[in-house]
Write a protein that binds this ligand. Sequence first.
Ligand SMILES: Cc1cc2nc3c(=O)[nH]c(=O)nc-3n(C[C@H](O)[C@H](O)[C@H](O)COP(=O)(O)OP(=O)(O)OC[C@H]3O[C@@H](n4cnc5c(N)ncnc54)[C@H](O)[C@@H]3O)c2cc1C
Length: 478
Amino acid sequence: MIGGGLAGLSSAVALADAGLQVRLFEKRPHLGGRATSYTLPDGSEVDNCQHVTLGCCTNLADFYRRAGADSKIRFYDRLYFVDRQGRRSTIQASALPPPLHMAPSFLFLGALSLTDKRAIAKALLAIAWAGGSPADTTGISMLEWLRRMKQTTGAIERFWRVVLVSALDEELDRTDAHYGIDVFWKAFLGSRGGYRVGIPLVPLADLYEGCRKAIARRGGDVKLRAGVRDIRICDGRFACAVMEDGSEALADFCVVAVPHEQLLGMAPKELRGDGGPLDGLRQMRTTPITGVHFWFDRQVMTEPFLTLLDHTTQWVFNKTMLTGVESNGGGAASQLREGRRTQYLQLVISASYDLLSRSRQEIIDLCRRELQDVLPTTRDAKIEKATVIKEVHATFSPEPGVDRWRPAQDIGVENLYLAGDWTRTGWPATMEGAVRSGYMAAEAALAGLGRPQKFLQPDLPFEGLSRHWADRAASSRP
Ligand SMILES: Cc1cc2nc3c(=O)[nH]c(=O)nc-3n(C[C@H](O)[C@H](O)[C@H](O)COP(=O)(O)OP(=O)(O)OC[C@H]3O[C@@H](n4cnc5c(N)ncnc54)[C@H](O)[C@@H]3O)c2cc1C
C-alpha cells in the first residue's frame, strides 16, 4: 500500500480484515493525508482544516467503524445560517416524508425572498421527481442547469452557491451539473438523514489510531517517513516499489493511493505517457481551500457551527464547543484553572482562488471583519493567536466532463490497483470518495487473487416519495 490517506488506510484496513498481511508506506511522519492534524510549535493541535462528513457518507461511516473511531464523530441534525446583518435561520428535518422533510424549515429561511423560494422549490422537486437524474445535464455546468431552471440571482447566490461551493470546493460555473444535483439528491432529498453533519470530537489524526492495530493484527505494518520514488512494471505486471532511499519493496500486489499529481511523478512512462491509462490525469485541475484559525480571549460564539451568507468566509466552527477543549493552546490547563473561558474558532473558505495571492495578515484582517458582522462579541475580544493554512491543491476540480479523466482501480497492469479520491468513484473529492476508492481497490485486489469479497457499502435507502420516484427512474433507464 503506498499512501496513508483515507484511500490507503481504508484499503489497508479492509484487506487486513480479509486476512491479508499489509505493508503501508507513507511519506509523511503522520497518517491521514489531506484529512489530518498537526501539532504547532506552541503545542496546539490543529486540523489542517475542519473536515465534516454527512449522513449520506455510508462508506466513511463503515471505515470509522472498522477503525474503532465511530464514537469519535458526533452528528448534528440542525444547520445554522447567518446573513450579513447577523440574522440567524436554522434548518432541520420535519416529520414529512422525503423529499418534503426539509420544506417547513426552508419556508422560514429568512435570507430568501418568496420568489427565490418558489424557484428553488421548483428545481428541487425536478431533481426528486427525476429520481436524482434530471434529463439533459450531460457536460453542462451547475450554473447552466440553474439558469435553465430559471433560478433567481438571490436563489443562486444565497442558496445553491452556499451549499455547493462548500460541498464541492468549486464555483458553480466550473462544477459539473451532475455533481451539484447529486449533492442535493443524496444529502437533502432522498432520505431523512442524508444531510446530518458529522464532526469529529478529536483531532483528525486521532481517528486513525485503530488502523495501525487492525493492520498489525494480521502481521502487517505501517511505515512512516517512507516515501516511494518509482513504481516498476515488468512484462505488464507490478514488479516492485523503489523507495526514496533506493531500496526495493516487493509485494504480491500493490495499491497506489497517492494524489494524482504524485502518481504522475512515480509511474513509469508507459502508464503516464501519451495514450497510456494515466494520460488523462494531466487534464485534472485542482482547487484551493483556506482554513483560518482564531483563538479569542473570551467566548464569542454559542452555536456549534455557522454557515455564512454574503461573506467570503463560508463556515465558522466553534472548535471549543465541538471538541470540548477550552483552548487548544499549550496553556489550556492553566487557563482552565484560572477560570478563563477562551474560544477557538476555525473558519473555512472553499474554492478560495481570490485568497491565494493575499498575505496571511490580509486574510486574518478580512476574516476578523466578517466575524464582527456575525459574532458581535468578537468586536471587543482580543485575538490571542491566529493562523492561516492555505491548501493550494486541496481537491480536484469537479469541472464538467471531469469523469472522463478519472481512471478506474484496475488500469490493466496485473497486480497494480489505484485508490484516491480522484479515481473513478462517481463521487467528488471527499473523504467518502477516498474511502470508496480504497474499498474498490481492495475488492479488485482480492478478485485478482481469486478471493472475491465485497467492502463497498450501499447508499442510504431512499425514503418516502423519493423512494417511489427513484424506483420509477431506475426502471425506465435503458
Ligand atoms: C483543506 C481541506 C478541507 C477538506 N474538507 C473536507 C470535508 O469537510 N469533508 C470531506 O469529505 N472532504 C474534505 N476534504 C477532502 C478530503 O480531505 C480528501 O478528499 C481525502 O482526504 C483524500 O484522501 P486520499 O487518501 O485520496 O488522498 P490524500 O489524503 O492526499 O492521501 C495521500 C497520501 O499519500 C501520501 N504520499 C504521497 N506521495 C507519496 C509517496 N511518494 N510515497 C508514499 N506516500 C506518499 C501522502 O503523504 C498522503 O498521506 C478536504 C480537503 C482539504 C485539503
